[in-house]
Design a protein around this ligand. Structure first.
Ligand SMILES: *Cc1c(COP(=O)(O)O)cnc(C)c1O
Length: 352
């Protein structure tokens, strides 16, 4: 019998991130990290950092980074919220907006952190099945709910929807907050920032971890109406005023200010993605149309789990989710051209 105090501990099933490894020979295509380094301006910002100033608390408003993003997106600084990675921003948004007690809605196949936060914050939820092509039917969201959260492009499918779809969801969900998680939008999706003017209940969440090559710093952002952002601020300031450290604020602003570099790396990832999608189809894979920095694939003649293990044995990490409906799929992050060539030849070898 375990002691009684153990019965009082929180029991929860956490999110499991993609496996990390420090093996230098590893080809790591399992966590949707960017294969290219961050902008050289980030290095300059870090080298120029006044370490003496680290004795002080950081700017709780992350004003420098917030200002850079407000100019970048053409919104007011009071419409920008910064957090310690977009997982932090999303967790705060769940606590801030999904507290009515009514179930919130999200797809059955989506970012697997959403149900984990619902468990942590005791938010009831209902999952809505994607159709046979892994698409969201907006009609499924025409009903009262505690809120809606959708990634666009969706994860782990990579499939994105356009303006008409997002407007459809928003116009039918005016009595709750709708969160659009745009973690991958810079790789070819449509960002709904232009809809902020019209929908005060829209919260857009983005991250610096993928398209800005800064997963190692933790930088997430939310854009929304002043009312939503003020609520996020109040909730943040009720548990930790300093979620963003001084180093991330400086480096993040430097990354935003180098738009040419950002566009160039996104363009390269998109180019590699399109080439690999074609090559994978050539190997017999079915490849979901992707507007993200990964491909979601299945093979009619080989089990996803077996392919995953075979690649792992060759030091190539890709992602397999042991989840209903997608357990015969693999999610492959787009790496450099060289990394993808190695993956493609390993797959060709395995499939014979
Ligand atoms: C990667 C990812 C995030 C989290 O990114 P952070 O590194 O925490 O900023 C959020 N949503 C989706 C859909 C993601 O794939």
């Amino acid at each position: 019998m375990p002691p009684l105090w153990q019965e009082k501990l929180r029991k929860i099933t956490p999110y499991v991130p993609g496996e990390q490894s420090s093996n230098p020979g590893l080809i790591k295509l399992n966590a949707n990290e960017n294969p290219y380094p961050p902008s050289p301006r980030v290095r300059e910002a870090l080298q120029g950092l006044d370490t003496g100033a680290l004795r002080l608390y950081p700017d709780a408003n992350a004003s420098r980074l917030r200002g850079a993003l407000s100019s970048y997106y053409g919104v007011k600084p009071t419409q920008v919220f910064m957090g310690n990675g977009s997982d932090d921003v999303l967790a705060l948004a769940f606590q801030s907006f999904f507290c009515s007690g009514q179930p919130i809605l999200f797809p059955d196949i989506t970012y697997s952190f959403y149900p984990v936060w619902c468990g942590l914050f005791r938010t009831p939820y209902e999952t809505v099945p994607l159709d046979g092509n892994f698409r969201v039917n907006p009609r499924d969201y025409d009903r009262p709910s505690g809120g809606v959260v959708l990634p666009n492009p969706n994860a782990p499918t990579g499939i994105s929807e356009g303006r008409a779809f997002i407007e459809d969801i928003l116009s039918h969900n005016q009595d709750c907050v709708v969160i659009i998680d745009e973690a991958y939008v810079d790789f070819g999706g449509w960002s709904c920032v232009p809809l902020l003017e019209q929908y005060e209940n829209l919260l857009i969440v983005q991250t610096f971890s993928k398209s800005r090559s800064l997963a190692g710093l933790r930088i997430g952002v939310a854009l929304g109406s002043e009312t939503l952002i003020a609520t996020l601020e109040a909730v943040k300031n009720s548990y930790n005023s300093y979620t963003m450290d001084a180093v991330s604020i400086e480096a993040g602003a430097a990354a935003v200010e180098d738009d040419a570099y950002f566009r160039e790396t996104c363009r390269k990832v998109i180019g590699t993605r399109e080439r690999c999608a074609a090559a994978l189809r050539g190997l017999g894979f079915t490849v979901c149309p992707s507007d993200s920095n990964f491909l979601f694939v299945t093979h009619p003649a080989a089990r996803a789990r077996d392919i995953f293990e075979a690649m792992r044995a060759q030091n190539i990490f890709i992602r397999h989710f042991n989840l209903p409906r997608i357990d015969n799929y693999l999610r492959i992050t787009i790496g450099t051209e060289t990394e993808m060539d190695k993956l493609l030849s390993a797959l060709a070898g395995y499939l014979g």
